[in-house]
Design a protein around this ligand. Structure first.
Ligand SMILES: NC(=O)c1ccc[n+]([C@@H]2O[C@H](COP(=O)([O-])OP(=O)(O)OC[C@H]3O[C@@H](n4cnc5c(N)ncnc54)[C@H](O)[C@@H]3O)[C@@H](O)[C@H]2O)c1
Ligand SMILES: O=c1ccn([C@@H]2O[C@H](COP(=O)(O)OP(=O)(O)O[C@H]3O[C@H](CO)[C@@H](O)[C@H](O)[C@H]3O)[C@@H](O)[C@H]2O)c(=O)[nH]1
Length: 455
């Protein structure tokens, strides 16, 4: 049984009996959270990345990403000498019993998952191993990838190894909590030896009765895509309900509460908005459709989800253009929220980027504020927009305020201040943050998603 050693404060001597030696290849959002959280329960973890600047940063005790709660665990496990970073794959895996692949699987040109990072690393690892290892794909990979990883390694080595599928379900913004207390751990393997090691490793994370679900590799690989696609479908369904609400005079917040209270539907992931974004849903829905295509199956519902989500990304900019009679040339907009969701600096497939593109192309100027996402946006699009130091500075003389990400600090602004700073008391809210009556009382024109327009 794996020991749980959670240390706060100074270095203490550790029992050496049960901790495992782990290597994590790829230290992005998933790899770094995985490595840090595995160290937190007493394992010895080495994280390896090809990005030398990133590795240097982490060796110097700096986090390359913003993820709430990660810093405390990161610093504690470095201080306790359980968490290490390197660019050298060979030394990272030399003593590891389990090697996690947390590498990118971006969409290839045709939408299918690009497996070159995963299979390239598998080959490299195959060349380097000298004793039994468990290779775990943490990356989101299509059905059949475990076989491909096995073949890539087999082509390089005669040493014994097992390949396990162990998809990750963490959400950015709450990644540490999701890893430490997962709803479930899915492990795809048919090897008894690997199953035992993986069960021991995850023991400390499922002490509250949350299950480890063992299955074959293919079912495990598909579970990940099915989960993300189902959630993307749920959101998309609500976006369509919201669009219909606007046409028939219903209020989507009421409808959401009305249906969410049915346990069979559930309250979560029913919030309409500006379309789902992020590094996972868009690429994973697309990859599942592609996998289905390759197997001559037309996954109709997911094709519709993709289509609806594309148009949902233009809903807010469409409302803005309509309000200004189709002409936003020379208009100045304040934009609150750039990250694809709150509590992250991740801007991959962020709806804000689409809204910026649409409005800037139509001749508008934008001043944005986001608590964590501005550096990444600045690196991506530079001075295409201006950046404000705080939410209120973005408002100066703007023709309207657009809200795109539901950061907590946008939820209860000083509306007197907002009204004073804006040129027009006009708000377009892509996240339904405010009470309609409050907006009427404050004298705003307020246009949100799936609700009455008030003014
Ligand atoms: N981000 C999430 O919330 C999330 C959640 C669950 C699953 N996933 C999946 O996990 C995988 C990783 O996603 P991510 O968001 O962490 O990606 P990321 O882009 O944040 O990180 C990937 C890291 O891998 C490194 N890398 C690339 N090639 C390498 C190599 N050959 N050797 C060592 N390091 C290498 C990169 O430098 C980078 O640091 C993807 O398959 C993704 O779909 C992501
Ligand atoms: O009711 C909702 C919930 C979410 N979203 C949007 O959906 C996207 C994804 O949100 P979320 O799922 O919270 O964030 P991710 O960090 O992308 O996490 C998803 O993708 C990860 C990567 O695969 C999985 O591990 C997680 O389980 C899965 O929730 C974001 O654009 C959200 O704004 C909505 O529009 N309405």
């Amino acid at each position: 049984m794996q020991g749980i050693f959670i240390f706060v404060g100074k270095k203490v001597s550790q029992p050496k009996t049960t901790s495992m030696k782990i290597a994590v290849v790829g230290t992005g959002y998933v790899g770094l959270v995985t490595g840090t959280c595995l160290a937190e329960t007493g394992n010895q973890v080495i994280c390896v990345d090809i990005n030398a600047d990133k590795v240097k940063m982490m060796q110097n005790g700096k986090l390359p990403i913003y993820e709430p709660g990660l810093d405390i665990l990161f610093h504690r496990n470095i201080a306790q000498e359980r968490l290490h970073f390197t660019t050298d794959l060979g030394s990272a895996i030399a003593e590891a019993q389990i090697i996690f692949l947390a590498l990118p699987t971006p969409p290839g040109g045709d939408g299918s998952a690009d497996l070159s990072y995963v299979l390239g690393a598998a080959k490299d690892i195959g060349k380097l191993i000298t004793d039994y290892k468990v290779i775990v794909t943490k990356s989101t990979v299509p059905v059949g990838t475990a076989d491909k990883v096995r073949a890539a390694m087999d082509s390089q080595t005669t040493v014994e190894f097992d390949v396990v599928s162990n998809p990750e379900f963490l959400r950015e913004g709450v990644a540490v909590e999701d890893f430490m207390k997962p709803d479930r751990v899915v492990i795809g393997t048919q090897s008894e030896r690997a199953r035992k090691l993986m069960g021991e490793l995850y023991g400390p994370y499922v002490r509250q009765g949350n299950p480890i679900i063992f299955m074959d590799e293919r079912s495990s690989e598909l579970t990940k895509y099915a989960a993300n696609s189902f959630l993307a479908t749920k959101i998309t369904f609500m976006n369509e309900v919201a669009n219909l609400c606007e046409l028939v005079g219903a209020d989507v917040d009421m409808v959401r509460k009305g249906i969410g209270s049915d346990d069979r539907i559930g309250r979560r992931f029913l919030f309409p908005g500006v379309g789902y974004g992020g590094s996972c849903f868009p690429k994973d829905v697309q990859a599942l459709v592609k996998s289905a295509d390759e197997n001559k199956y037309d996954f109709k519902i997911l094709n519709s989800v993709i289509e609806v989500n594309e148009s949902q990304k233009t809903v807010l900019s469409g409302k803005v253009k309509k309000y200004f009679n189709g002409d936003v040339k020379g208009k100045k907009f304040a934009l609150w929220g750039l990250a694809f969701k709150p509590e992250t600096d991740d801007i991959r497939e962020a709806p804000a980027l689409y809204i910026i593109d649409e409005l800037v192309a139509a001749g508008a100027t934008i001043t944005a504020f986001d608590p964590e996402g501005m550096n990444n946006v600045r690196n991506l699009i530079g001075n295409k927009i201006s950046y404000a130091a705080d939410p209120y500075s973005a408002l100066h003389d703007a023709d309207a305020l657009l809200i795109v990400t539901e950061w907590s600090l946008f939820r209860t602004p000083d509306f007197d201040q907002v009204a004073k700073l804006l040129k027009n008391k006009v708000i377009f809210d892509g996240r339904n943050l405010y009470d309609l009556q409050k907006m009427i009382d404050c004298g705003f024109y307020y246009n949100s998603i799936g609700r009455k327009i008030v003014s």
